[in-house]
Write a protein that binds this ligand. Sequence first.
Ligand code: DOR
Ligand code: ZN
Ligand code: ZN
Length: 454
Amino acid sequence: MSLRVTDVKMLLGGRLVEGGISIQDGRISRIGKTLHLPKSETNIDGKGLIAIPGLIDVHVHLRDMELAYKEDFSSGTLAAAAGGFTTILDMPNTKPPTTSEERLREKIERAKATIHVNVGFYGALAESAIELRAMIHAGAIAFKLYMNEPNPEAWHHDPRRLLSSLEESASLGVQVACHAETGAEVAKIQRECQAEGKNSVRDFLRAHAPEFEAEAVRRITSLSRRVRASVHLCHMSTQRALKEISIARRAGTAVTCEATPHHLLLDQKDLSRKGGLAIMVPPLRKTSDARALWRSLAEGRVDVVASDHAPHSLEEKTATDVWAVKPGIPGLETTLPLLLTRVKRREISLNRIVQALAENPARIFGLPGKGRLAAGTDGDIVLINPKERFKIDSSTFYSKARFSPFDGLECVGRPVTTIVSGRIVYDRGEIVEKNRGEVVTSEVRPRSSSSTAC
Ligand code: DOR
Ligand code: ZN
Ligand code: ZN
């Protein structure tokens, strides 16, 4: 099976170059002048379009199983294809949660038949070294730690126990992605508010205070430094947290971080306007926080943009009691257009966007063959039209979550064609071919000689 994109602008080595791309049997076989490319079974005329590597979203809640009413593997990966993502990493806070090798195997088996882009799976960070190894061998791409767990008795709230789990993860050479909010503190304020009948957005913001994020960043980076673990901090939302990251980096900690489009582009004024539809954790912050995040992204201190695609039903988003609103918003179908709009306004470069949405995710999460356009890499490509204008309309989403705080916003630039392993999966609003996704697994890369990867 061969495919060719001709007369297209390609983002190569940070520059736009005119030419074409050949894909043979799922991999890029050649990049060069259109005239020099071999003939192929399928030809795409790329005039007016830009080819970038298939995007990688390292933070997606695909749900499925008992939460399939919110999203399932099929609807979530269709949303990914429509948004230009060819690989996504699924979070373990599902029902049932991905807390063991057995649960992970069940999930992978179920996903195999119904995914339309590539999917990797997180396992929940476990205390047991045996379980951690078993999950990696069953295919987990990384581990996820929820520091916002409200139960103060949870094993990972004990620094010694967490340290040993981080050490094991380091020896397995995998990332630990982390939701950085100190759960016991958040839960305490929430309980107090609930006892006093306080249930407004302002109360929600008080419970999810910026200092709880900064404190969690301090705790996890200082532990990971001690055992040389690599932590990836999810959805950073405040200037204070970014400052803690800088301090940790200066002290030699291997830490990477991500920002979401909503924390980059929205703030608490949007939250007052949109109410539950703009509730997520961590919550939207001050304008100054969003600006600081944006600066850090533009300057390369924020490594990754991830959507934190967190679908819920409309009923779950519109409860009047703020504590009953399920936090999270869909993001797979809005992330790329929102960022391309900022490229058009010259607020950031296309190259920087592609680094944050493809190159860096591939490097950080160990996905060789993904995240860049080069001969020999996987045939995962997105063609974008940088000039197309459209309004975000959540009623057209492939995701089951048909709401968005960005609804009605005019964007310039959108994905036109999404190619997975050399097959056209999505083209100009339509799904062309289904079930082309593969489950991606981590390569086990033991870092310490004492660890035996078996
Ligand atoms: O807003 C959020 N939604 N934040 C999280 O950490 C979890 C997520 C979800 O699973 O809905
Ligand atoms: Zn989170
Ligand atoms: Zn999340």
